[in-house]
Design a binder for this molecule. Sequence first.
Ligand SMILES: Cc1ncc(COP(=O)(O)O)c(C=O)c1O
Length: 311
Amino acid sequence: MSQGNVICMNGTMVPEAEAKIHVLSPAAKYGATVFEGICAYWTKDRRQMNIFCLPEHLRRLQDSVRILRIDCKMSNEKLTEAVVNTIAANGYKKDVHIRLSIWVAGSGPMESTGPTEWMCYVAERPDRPFENRGKNAVISSWRRIDDTSMPPRIKTAANYNNGRLAQIQAKLDGYDEALLLGPDGKVTEGTGACFFMVRNGRVVTPSITSGILESVTRASVIELARDAGFMVEERSIDRTEIYTAEEAFLCGSAYEVMPIVSVDRSPVGTGKIGPKTRTIWESYSAAVRGAIESRRGWLTPVEGVKALAAE
Ligand SMILES: Cc1ncc(COP(=O)(O)O)c(C=O)c1O
């Protein structure tokens, strides 16, 4: 199979240039679209492509559809088939990033809940050696959206203007990443990843009611950290706790495990990648490639291609 970007648009494989949406759709006008960013890993020795935590991503996508009141009744079976077939149709034998989106189509008003369309897109993901991943972060002056205005727990494109502003500001100011405080001044998350720190030997992360995305990677990192024998606390975090933390990192499907070596120009711990962060990364990278027997259930293998009926 040849490589190339073939997009699955409403059940039909089309070349990228032909995958279009209506400029007057509520998706384009108001950001009425929900999505997932999912990773699939190619394991060379077994010549096997595995999707990481696909059911968990689909569960969150269905939550996003429900919360944003989008009239989409696609089943998880159908979505799974679309993801598997799009990976197979593009023929990648490399690690890939998958984007699965559902949106309000047509040209209706702001409160439209349908008609809906969907697409699945797959692209090669760059390999970033862990040793080069240490990032300098800043506490953003932008506050994180909260559940009383925009629901941070789900993935809707409109939410991302919040992170976009923070990330633009961080980059302009010479940092790599922004961390956002919530309206209560407590630490929430990064612009595209969840936050963890190690303080007094414990691995600490804000709870899922702290104005964060209900991250799939966060949930697996918590389990892997516990497997490694670390104490994990899900609780609110004060800004100044980060200045006295031993280690800090971000995690997410795209970020995987991304060490933070300084915050506000103050080194985190030694200012180098910490040992617990490294252990968690090693377990994570082993789990996504099927090297941890007890965690193989997190993987969905990409095998044969089935005919895709249009929805
Ligand atoms: C704001 C935000 N937080 C956290 C995450 C991590 O979520 P996940 O682990 O499900 O990819 C993401 C991922 O895109 C994100 O955009």
